[in-house]
Design a binder for this molecule. Structure first.
Ligand SMILES: [Zn+2]
Length: 321
């Protein structure tokens, strides 16, 4: 009889949907289930949905299951798989998610913060495979960060390491929801970015962005900025160049402290493509220490749309200390 192939379950827990995948050891999703999270109905219902999704991908059998990985928003206590106060999950204080999953499935289970899962995903299956050390940046509503040093995720003394989004690049900059000023998130976070562009557009009535919004009756989104940039709109190009440069400055701060010069960048805004990457590299080289200048390397993340599931499943393949 042929030996069964190994696979791991990856659960991407989001505020609106729970995405569950069965992932083989090469990082291919062989089965997938997407369910509503029902976050507003409280933690018991959410846990029920997670279990349901896992049963769905396991039921057909055929694989030797190595374990279950869950990427969750909020703060995660690794040891017991406790998820604390995930944003947008009402009624949720501390939930022993890992324990509940182990009891149900009798399989090794790992719960980690979704930003850490993204970094581990790139380390095991993606663009981080070729680096010993790298910084993972995820551009979305926030600016997420994960630090990988010598193939190990660095968590810091209290598990809060990697909050690169709240590193300030201007002490007199706009106030961030964290209370500080000029955090890179206040420039690159989706909502902050679109709000700033909207303001600037009042002076730039001639921009293609304004024209498309008016003609197609669509709201301003990073995607629309990207579209105008690709069509050669000068204002949209300047927005992307400026954003890239600022991100590069924040990368330089990190590189100067850690002497890590490899950056893997993923998430929606990374859809600005080559132009953004060129600007990030220019910004980083402008501000990083002399001896690091020629070593700066910024590459796009490899795990695109399925990064959540793949990152979560990678928690199972990752070797914990
Ligand atoms: Zn902040």
């Amino acid at each position: 009889m042929a030996t069964k192939e190994t696979a791991a379950v990856g659960v991407d827990l989001g505020g609106t949907s729970v995405k569950v995948g069965l992932v083989d050891s090469k990082g291919k999703i062989v089965r997938k289930a997407v369910l509503d999270t029902y976050a507003e109905e409280g933690p018991d219902r959410v846990v029920k949905q997670i279990k349901k999704g896992i049963h769905e991908v396991l039921k057909p059998g055929g694989y030797k299951i190595k374990g279950i990985g869950i990427g969750s928003p909020g703060v995660v206590q690794l040891k017991d798989g406790i998820v604390e106060n995930p944003p947008n999950f009402p009624g949720w204080t501390k939930v022993k998610l890992g324990k509940k999953i182990i009891e149900e499935f009798k399989l090794a289970s790992f719960v980690d913060n979704d930003a850490n899962a993204a970094a581990i995903g790139e380390l095991i299956f993606g663009a981080g495979k070729k680096f010993d050390s790298f910084i993972m940046i995820t551009l979305g509503t926030g600016v997420g960060g994960g630090i990988v040093l010598d193939k190990k995720l660095f968590r810091g003394s209290h598990g809060f390491a990697g909050e690169i989004g709240h590193g300030s690049i201007d002490y007199a900059g706009p106030q961030c929801k964290c209370g500080s000023y000029g955090c890179i998130e206040t420039y690159a976070g989706n909502n902050y970015l679109t709000a700033r562009v909207k303001d600037a557009l009042l002076q730039r009535e001639d921009s293609l962005i304004t024209r498309i919004m008016r003609e197609e009756q669509i709201p301003l989104t990073p995607k629309l900025i990207s579209r105008a940039m690709e069509a050669g709109d000068e204002f949209a190009i300047s927005v992307v160049d400026d954003l890239g440069r600022k991100l590069g400055y924040s990368f330089a701060n990190v590189a100067n402290i850690l002497d890590v010069t490899n950056f893997v960048v993923g998430g929606g805004v990374a859809g600005f493509g080559k132009r953004l990457f060129t600007a990030m590299e220019a910004g980083m080289k402008e501000r990083v220490g002399k001896s690091l200048k020629s070593l700066c390397k910024i590459v796009p993340a490899k795990l695109k749309n399925e990064a959540g599931i793949l990152g979560a499943s990678a928690l199972v393949y990752y070797k914990y200390n």
